[in-house]
Write a protein that binds this ligand. Structure first.
Ligand code: SR1
Ligand code: MG
Length: 411
């Protein structure tokens, strides 16, 4: 069919045709409709569903057709980007789906020529960032995301998989172009006058301080070095709250196109940074003190719970499924986990800073309508991000990280 011809961006009609022909989700006689719903920075996302679905039906079939564009949508055609990322994303979803099928969307079909993946539609969930901005709470999230992190990271590491096979897997997930985006946008641009930056006028003096802070740059250089050289585990690579679909009962991690072998703390830090950015966004003039404090307490306790549950689950996977003798050496596990915590703290901080002065911001802070409130949230995020980056190599426990965070919001 036309859909398997050379690469071109799909039309909604073609997306319908794909959904109909490569899965058996719909009956041949079904009348289908399709909307392009992509609101991310890089891809087209089509939702295909029945034209006439009854509101009362408990399940109405629908599918997502996701297609990579050959450039970064957020910038335009002047920023070309490899289509290979669609293959990485689909391979990562399949890998994760074997380990934690309940926490990722089911992949029906992948087409290399069109850089397109057909997958489960999760429209009964909401994007977590949106839910958190609305002040919602997700009591099962810490348990779910720690399960995702512990399983995907442990079983892709040298602790949990055959170390020769792991090297082949590192090769399969080499992702230089997407890593380069991270290297520039997180570990370089925010600390210089890069044309990629997107800085509010009132923050120019704060940014000048970031650019002049040598101690901060040293820590950023060390974090970047680890991002460049570590092949600790297969990361999701972009695990912010826009990459998570959620309900009070269910969590689904989507969008692993930045997947590559890197330092474990980078994924955990992405989650933490986005919880802390949401807390900063709630430092909002229109909220009363109690609402603001309760939401912050919820987010900070979720952060601690994620760490504690991750730590417990990762260690018990290690005890039960560790692949070799030397990794069971007394004391090694404690050193390893402490190093992950320190990396997590450093990457949390650097990911907060990039979302305030870098190219791509987050709505948690960016959509605050009142300028003074927004500036306050931005400064909290920058100050906390800086404190976390600078302290990362001294942190010994999650409680120490918690104290630094609490101080930033109350200070
Ligand atoms: C050019 S892409 C900008 C950002 O969007 C993605 O979600 C990643 O976070 C990337 O850094
Ligand atoms: Mg994404």
């Amino acid at each position: 069919t036309e859909n398997t011809s050379a690469y071109h961006p799909l039309t909604v009609e073609e997306a319908i045709n794909v959904a109909r022909t490569v899965t058996n989700v719909f009956y041949p006689t079904d009348e289908l409709i399709c909307d392009e719903i992509g609101d991310g920075n890089l891809n087209l996302v089509f939702r295909v569903r029945l034209a006439h679905s009854s509101e009362s039906a408990s399940h109405t079939p629908s599918l997502i057709v996701k297609q990579a564009l050959p450039y970064a949508k957020v910038v335009g055609e002047s920023w070309p980007l490899t289509l290979e990322r669609a293959r990485i994303e689909s391979d990562a979803l399949l890998f994760q789906g074997k380990l934690v099928p309940q926490l990722v969307p089911h992949v029906h079909y992948y087409d290399a020529t069109l850089a397109m993946t057909v997958m489960e539609d999760l429209s009964d969930h909401v994007i977590m960032r949106k839910g958190l901005i609305e002040g919602n709470r997700y009591p099962l999230f810490a348990d779910h995301i720690s399960e995702f992190l512990a399983h995907t990271l442990f079983f892709s590491s040298d602790l949990g998989m055959n170390q020769q096979q792991k090297k082949w897997q590192v090769q399969r997930f080499i992702n230089p172009e997407l890593c380069k985006i991270t290297e520039d946008l997180i570990f370089d641009d925010p600390y210089t006058n890069s044309p990629n930056n997107n800085i509010d006028e009132q923050l120019l003096a704060d940014h000048a301080k970031l650019c002049a802070d040598h101690k901060l740059h040293l820590e950023v250089a060390l974090l970047r070095e680890k991002f460049l050289t570590s092949t600790q585990a297969l990361l999701h690579g972009d695990l912010h709250t826009g990459s998570i679909f959620i309900t009070p009962h269910s969590t689904k991690v989507i969008d692993p196109e930045f997947a590559y072998y890197g330092p474990i703390g980078f994924d955990i830090g992405a989650i933490f940074a986005n919880l802390l950015l949401n807390a900063a966004g709630h430092e909002h003039w229109s909220l009363d003190d109690q609402t603001r404090e309760e939401h912050r307490t919820y987010l900070l306790s979720t952060l601690c719970e994620i760490w504690n549950r991750f730590d417990e689950k990762f260690r018990s996977l290690w005890d039960e499924h560790g692949v070799d003798r030397i990794s069971r050496t007394k004391g090694y596990q404690d050193v390893y986990m402490e190093q992950i915590l320190q990396d997590t703290v450093g990457y949390t901080g650097s990911k907060m800073i990039r979302r305030i002065v870098g190219l791509a911001h987050v709505a948690d802070v960016g959509s605050i309508p009142n300028q003074a409130a927004k500036l306050r949230a931005q400064r909290i995020a920058l100050q906390l991000g800086t404190a976390l980056v600078k302290s990362n190599r001294r942190i010994r426990s999650i409680e120490e990280m918690f104290t630094i965070c609490e101080h930033a919001y109350k200070g």
